[in-house]
Design a protein around this ligand. Structure first.
Ligand code: ATP
Length: 611
């Protein structure tokens, strides 16, 4: 896989400063989303920040009053300390309040952050479901999804930083007002000292984002290696083939490259950051000396000295914090851009979906000169297929591995669109039916069905999740697919957790899983059933039982069966033989046997194998 080297950072993935700033336009939308997540918490957090923002200058001012009062009282004989102790009491109260506010801010931030993180994860899951399968298989798109998903926690940090930034700004404004009132020149010194450190931060954050972005695909590969190197699904093969070193080396080599590049940047960022911070400290001492002279010459009081030096010190810190937070915000805003770009992906249908699916099909399916290549592939998988499937017909697709059988069903399900040609239901192009209803028309079990590590009940109800509480329906489906035999042997029956990932989960054999998955197809009363190698892992007797039931139970239903077992295939009403993306022959078992072409040969071959 080609991957960026240090130099390539200067090329395609380089993110300009302008780009960093332009990503900030997403911040208001981001806050709108947070506001929608939990209005009360948001208001509470903002209120605490507002109080927290004005407290520093008030505390400094009270500090000044205390010192001036001490000096005053030390100069007069009959000292009355009531005023002094009142100030001290006020200062104490303010400090307690300040502590309370900062704790309230951390609390509301963490609660709000968690709530928003849940909301945005749900948004990503829902959006992923709305997106075409063909797009999900596109690696560039996958990178975008990865960046959107990866930054969930980053977005929480962004929220705190951005809210904190508003707080800092108010704080800075109040402190600056104090400085301007007493010594306006100090402001110039302050601003000058902070600029180099700001530019440094912005420049490096943009470099680091470029690096991370340029490495999205590699990070996905690293995640993948981490996954295959350490999980129970791959453990058998990894041990058996002794793959640990191979995977570890590959992981190390790849991560080492990233580590080195990142290290270089981070070291430079810290070193320069240190130099520029020294400038900040120098300016503080410059200001301090200036103020000391002003006290010595009697221009300002000792209390004012404490106030000014305290304000200046705090301002330097606040400004440094403000700028470093700002760079972190621009950095995270770039990821925010990825997130919004992802959730904004247009899902408007490319065709006018103006037709409702028929309650009952009248004419069935028709394939008219269907050609198909997978996106970004030159290779044509289906080469001008034309055939019909009558209503209530059971048709089997047969052909060698890679002939295009599964692809054909994916086109019927509208996961992909034919490159040319048409697929019709009752004479209407399937693209014109409403997408939301369309897939409900089908009951489908794929050969690579997913083994959900949920309970048996949930695994079956997945076929029609609205029926999760309908035990009768679930048990009925299990009976039809022969899964009931498997379930009766499980300790917790339908409540048994499957798989080994979770506590007290029970692993099933391949055939047992297949029976459970097959029950999903019986969960809904679909108009069309598609079974893609649903019995490949079953023993011969179970397979024959399953099919007899299937044929008996789906009388009058249109079904498509893909199987390599001819004992199953021959039970279909008609058989379509695919070869290299073309219909080689189509007809009943008897017709195809009489035809004496590929079907007859393959049938014979398998029959001999069974002798
Ligand atoms: N998502 C995909 N992207 C690109 N090519 C694909 C994709 N899925 C399948 N193919 C290719 O399409 C061809 C047909 O695959 P398909 O799964 O339809 O074959 P099949 O007849 O069902 O095979 P099998 O009997 O092995 O299940 C294969 O050459 C395969 O490499």
């Amino acid at each position: 896989m080609p991957r960026p080297n240090p130099k390539s950072l200067k090329d395609k993935d380089k993110t300009s400063l302008r780009k960093s700033f332009s990503a900030l336009v997403f911040i208001p939308r981001f806050f709108k989303e947070i506001w929608k997540t939990n209005k009360k918490l948001f208001l509470l957090s903002s209120f605490c920040r507002l109080i927290g923002a004005v407290l520093p200058v008030i505390i400094l001012w009270v500090g000044k009053l205390i010192i001036d009062e001490i000096i005053l009282q030390s100069k007069i004989d009959t000292s009355d300390l009531t005023q002094l102790w009142t100030y001290v009491g006020i200062e104490f109260g303010l400090i307690v309040l300040s502590d309370l506010m900062s704790r309230a801010i951390s609390l509301t931030d963490s609660l709000l952050g968690d709530a928003y993180s849940i909301e945005s994860s749900v948004t990503i899951i829902k959006k992923t479901n709305q997106i075409d399968i063909s797009l999900l298989e596109d690696s560039e798109f996958y990178d975008k999804l990865e960046r959107a998903r990866m930054q969930t926690s980053g977005r929480v940090g962004l929220m705190s930083n951005a809210l904190g930034e508003v707080q800092s700004l108010i704080s800075i404004a109040t402190l600056v007002a104090g400085l301007i009132y007493f010594e306006p020149y100090l402001i110039i010194l302050l601003v000058l000292s902070i600029i180099p450190s700001f530019i440094n931060e912005i420049w490096f954050s943009q470099q680091q984002y470029s690096l991370a972005r340029g490495w999205t695909a590699e990070r996905r590969e690293l995640d993948y290696l981490r996954f295959i190197g350490a999980n129970n699904i791959t453990a058998k093969e990894i041990k058996l083939f002794g793959l640990t070193d191979f995977i570890v080396d590959r992981f190390k080599n790849l991560s080492q490259e990233y580590f080195e590049l990142n290290k270089k940047l981070t070291v430079k960022r810290s070193a320069l950051g240190f130099v520029f911070n020294v400038l900040g400290t120098l300016s503080y001492y410059g200001a301090y000396i200036f103020i000391i002279y002003r006290v010595i010459f009697g221009v300002i009081t000792l209390g004012e000295l404490t106030f000014l030096s305290g304000s200046f010190n705090r301002l330097t810190r606040n400004l440094q914090e403000f700028f470093s937070k700002f760079t972190r915000i621009t950095e995270s805003a770039l990821y925010l851009k990825d997130y919004f770009e992802f959730i904004d992906i247009s899902i408007t249908p490319t065709h006018s979906e103006d037709q409702h699916l028929p309650e009952k099909m009248q004419l069935g399916f028709e394939f008219k000169n269907v050609h198909f290549s997978y996106p970004d592939s030159e290779h044509e998988i289906l080469k001008g297929l034309s055939f019909k499937i009558a209503v209530g017909e059971k048709i089997a697709f047969v052909g060698q591995n890679g002939a295009g059988k599964t692809t054909l069903t994916k086109l019927m399900l509208r996961f992909y669109e034919p490159t040319s040609g048409e697929i019709l239901i009752d004479g209407v192009n399937i693209n014109r039916f409403k997408q939301d209803d369309y897939q409900k028309f089908f009951g489908v079990i794929f050969q690579d069905f997913f083994r959900y590590e949920f309970t048996v009940r949930e695994n079956i109800a997945i076929g029609d999740i609205a029926q999760l509480e309908n035990q009768e329906k679930i048990e009925n489906a299990a009976q039809l697919s022969l899964a009931n035999e498997v379930i009766s042997e499980l300790k917790k029956g339908y409540d048994q957790q499957l798989g080994k990932r979770f506590y007290k989960g029970q692993e099933l054999s391949g055939g047992q899983w297949q029976k459970v998955a097959l029950a999903r197809a019986y969960m809904k009363d679909a108009e069309v059933m598609i079974l893609d190698e649903p019995t490949s892992a079953l023993d011969a007797k179970a397979e024959s039982d399953v099919f007899k039931r299937f044929i008996g139970l789906t009388q009058g239903k249109t079904s498509i069966i893909i199987s390599h077992r001819f004992s199953t295939v021959r039970q279909a009403d008609r058989i379509l033989v695919l070869e290299e993306g073309k219909v080689l022959e189509i007809g009943t078992h008897e017709q195809l046997m009489a035809n004496d072409a590929l079907y007859a040969q393959l049938f014979q071959l398998q029959a001999e194998g069974y002798q």
